[in-house]
Ligand binder design. Structure first.
Ligand SMILES: C[S@@+](CC[C@H](N)C(=O)[O-])C[C@H]1O[C@@H](n2cnc3c(N)ncnc32)[C@H](O)[C@@H]1O
Length: 507
């Protein structure tokens, strides 16, 4: 029956429906409130549904200060972040039906769907992603709701469902398809995917390994897909079994402590008469798609708006470094490693990359990949950033109070210099203590009236590393999600690595 004043939250029913359709992923059902379950007010419709709050002042303040987009772009950036993410999918390049599927999309669906208005209001409801090779990845402006409800889209929806089920296409966020492309994998490569679940990038890696193989023959390459979470490993297995591959091993370890695997060389490699030596298994390619705060997925997971705070990025920074360093130690000399996150935060990105280069001590290079995938819109990595802790901006580790030193570590800052190192060089007092005027540090933290002013008064640090070679993809660049990617080349053994390898062999 009609829309009585008490049923909705303002606005006509049509307006509400329109809003719901356009903000499909920004609705949540809060924990049920038994006291209101049977009231006439709700009348059974829309009961308990509320929009997610798609804003967070702490988020705005943080990213404005970091300057990840220019002040002029801020409104466009934030507006796109609040919109639902358009769907994207990829054609399995190793499928024998790959060309047929691409032809069907180009010659049939691209034309027949033209008359359907997509919710994004783009002229082409579906289109190939211009930066993905060979028209194999597609962007669709149809929301899940539209696909499910609109009769004329039924054929397209059925096509997507069926081809996805049998492994000919995979639904995957567009930006998440980028890291494997920069890994430069060949069919004979041994690839380690350190944090692999739920497996969309593993699937992509397997596609490359299997590409151009004749049906029935097996490639020489191998993907080892690891994840800490056993349930997510199950998801990964479910996802990758659509590939029907024998070239995948799934492991369940902490990536930062991924075990050294020992392999026997084949007799043909060493001469049939000799006993094959045991050597450490090293990988041609390593993908480090590490756990992160995930704020690049805000469009897909709007509940992150509510949960976001600067401490999330600070908290995962040490683990991200550990995982990346373990990845590098398992990488062959001459091999390539990609480090990626779905976070926009420099403490999870540029700061980690700088620390990898620092610890790598010249054996690792951050590669300039600006000429690869030229149509992918990306921004260079930052050279300077600040750390936010307990409501305070910190420009250098020397500004960290001694009570926070176990949490706010030197590698988080652009110079990577530790407070103690500063003391050694200058032979002076602890600068952090001077800042607190000799008073109680907790008091000093709480009495900070204007954190931005405090940061401005501090000496700004700038990284010496070529961090502009990193890539940050932001949502309004190509109507997608956000991602960060850095590509490394290992020139020689890491400092201390040789000793480690020898020890493994003796064991
Ligand atoms: C960003 S997700 C990976 C997404 C995946 N690469 C994909 O494309 O589908 C990060 C993953 O890291 C896993 N993880 C968290 N801590 C880990 C650790 N210490 N070692 C290995 N995996 C970890 C999480 O379970 C999660 O699946």
């Amino acid at each position: 029956m009609g829309g009585g004043g008490g049923r909705g939250r303002g606005g006509s029913r049509t307006q509400r429906r329109h809003f719901r359709q356009n903000r499909e992923n920004v609705w949540k059902r809060p924990k049920s409130d038994p006291s209101s379950e049977n009231t006439n007010e709700n009348n059974g419709e829309n009961r308990g549904w509320e929009p997610f709050a798609t804003q967070n002042p702490a988020f705005d303040e943080y990213y404005k200060e970091q300057g990840i987009v220019s002040p002029e772009e801020w409104d466009a950036f934030i507006e796109v972040l609040r919109k639902p993410l358009p769907a994207a999918f990829r054609i399995n390049s190793s499928s024998q039906f790959c060309s047929d599927i691409r032809r069907q999309l180009e010659d049939d669906f691209m034309i027949s769907l033209q008359s359907e208005v997509s919710e994004g209001g783009e002229p082409q409801p579906i289109r190939p992603l211009p930066w993905y090779p060979e028209n194999l990845a597609w962007h669709s402006n149809f929301s899940r709701m539209q696909l499910r409800k609109n009769q004329t889209l039924e054929r397209f929806h059925e096509f997507l469902k069926l081809e996805n089920e049998i492994g000919n296409i995979t639904r995957q966020e567009a930006v998440s398809m980028v890291p494997p492309l920069f890994l430069d994998v060949r069919p004979d490569h041994f690839v380690l995917d350190m944090c692999a679940a739920p497996g969309s990038k593993t699937f992509q890696l397997l596609e490359i390994i299997h590409r151009s193989m004749k049906p029935g023959s097996l490639p020489d390459g191998l993907v080892v897909a690891n994840d800490l979470d056993v349930q997510r490993c199950n998801l990964l297995i479910h996802q990758t079994k659509r590939m029907c591959t024998a070239n995948l091993i799934v492991t369940n370890h902490e990536a930062q402590h991924f075990p050294g695997c020992r392999a026997k060389s084949t007799a043909s490699e060493i001469g049939a008469e000799m006993e094959p030596p045991i050597s450490q298994l090293v990988f041609d390619r390593v993908l480090c798609d590490v756990p992160c705060s995930g704020d690049g997925t805000l469009r897909k997971a709007p509940d992150i708006w509510r949960k976001w705070h600067a401490g999330l990025g600070n908290g995962v920074h040490p683990l991200q470094i550990q995982i990346a360093m373990r990845g590098l130690s398992l990488l062959k000399v001459g091999g390539r490693m990609v480090y990626s996150t779905c976070s926009m935060n420099p403490v999870e990105n540029e700061a980690v990359v700088a620390e990898i280069l620092r610890r790598g001590g010249g054996s690792v290079e951050l590669i300039d990949v600006s000429s690869e995938l030229p149509q992918l819109v990306r921004r260079p990595g930052l050279k300077k950033w600040k750390i936010r802790d307990k409501g305070r901006w910190l420009a250098s580790h020397k500004n960290v109070s001694k009570y926070r030193k176990s949490v706010i570590v030197p590698s988080m800052f652009p110079s990577g210099r530790s407070f103690t190192e500063q003391m050694d060089a200058n032979g002076s007092m602890e600068v952090g203590e001077k800042h607190e005027n000799g008073g109680n540090v907790e008091d000093a933290l709480q009495s900070t009236d204007d954190p931005a002013t405090v940061a401005n008064e501090q000496e700004e640090e700038v990284s010496d590393f070529p961090l502009e070679r990193c890539m940050r993809i932001v949502p309004h660049d190509q109507n997608g999600g956000a991602f960060f990617i850095a590509v490394f080349h290992k020139h020689s053994a890491l400092p201390g690595e040789f000793k480690f390898l020898q020890r493994v062999e003796v064991l």
